[in-house]
Design a protein around this ligand. Structure first.
Ligand code: URA
Length: 288
């Protein structure tokens, strides 16, 4: 009996790690794919190099801290085809995101966007949940297995804890808008790479602009780093106020960071701090 339960635990571990979700109907020769992608990127790099200087530079203010430091491509320098392709995807993301005027338009733009590698392994696009006119907005890190299955953010155990935290201060899930820094589940719930975050960033920025909440809450350190450009650990970042502002916004939005509910489920001793944070958020919301 114990043996059966150990086997079940091992199987569940593999499922949680996403082993079942990367299996396609046909085998894929990854070596052939990457050779073709390299060739495509080299051709693109050559044409980019030829037209260097004729294109407007992407607006640095609308890109995450990580992408602002990406080295540029200068004439005569050895080009890295992958980097050229990455930068091109970010430019496309900026253009698509800027053109969207509503959440539905943003969802359509993301559905047609092929620049984020996470899309290839995910089941569903997970953009947002909640009303477009919400005054409180949460941004988490990335969809997990439950979110990927349902196409809705924060519906698994973390989402249930977040709902309970909201209710404890008289707020309800239906009043808030919830999203993530990336819109497809990273395989095995790994942390999104810098490029995955960078290419999704114009879309989450645009979502904040469209919703224009009174208060923005970054859920967990990766979200706080991406959205607020901060680098400290979440224990130092939480419980304080920051400003979130893009080049397109006329005013800054009050922003803060809190522990991720997944961390609170593993580390219940931190719930006391988390409850202080959610009370601080509710107070600020009632005053604004
Ligand atoms: N964790 C996140 O950061 N986002 C989700 O949507 C679910 C779990």
């Amino acid at each position: 009996m114990q043996h059966a339960s150990e086997l079940h635990t091992a199987l569940q571990w593999h499922i949680d790690a996403g082993c079942d979700e990367c299996i396609a109907d046909e085998p894929i020769d990854r070596f052939a794919v990457s050779k073709a992608e390299m060739a495509k990127a080299e051709m693109a790099a050559a044409s980019d190099d030829a037209s260097a200087g004729s294109r407007p530079a992407p607006n640095a203010a609308s890109q995450p801290a990580a992408s602002q430091n990406a080295p540029g491509i200068s004439r005569g320098a050895k080009v890295n085809p992958q980097e050229v392709d990455n930068n091109r995807q970010i430019r496309t993301a900026v253009e698509l995101a800027r053109a969207a005027r509503t959440i539905d338009e943003l969802r359509d733009a993301l559905a047609g966007f092929e620049g984020c590698p996470l899309k290839k392994t995910a089941t569903n696009l997970v953009l947002s949940d909640g009303p477009a006119e919400a005054r409180l907005m949460f941004v988490g890190e990335a969809p997990g297995a439950d979110e990927d299955r349902q196409g809705v953010p924060f519906v698994g155990p973390s989402g249930k804890l977040l709902n309970a935290m909201l209710e404890s201060v008289g707020l309800f899930r239906e009043q808030v808008l919830i999203s993530n820094t990336v819109f497809w589940r990273p395989p095995g719930n790994r942390t999104p790479t810098t490029q995955e975050s960078a290419v999704c960033h114009p879309f989450i920025e645009r979502l904040v602009e469209i919703v224009n909440p009174a208060v923005l809450v970054c859920v967990g350190a990766p979200a706080a780093h991406t959205m607020l450009g901060q680098t400290q650990g979440i224990s130092r970042l939480r419980g304080k106020w920051y400003e979130f502002q893009t080049a397109q916004q006329s005013h800054p939005i009050a922003a803060t960071a809190m522990f991720h509910p997944a961390y609170l489920l593993r580390t219940p001793i931190k719930k006391r701090d988390a409850w202080a944070d959610i009370r601080m958020i509710a107070k600020r919301l009632s005053e604004s």
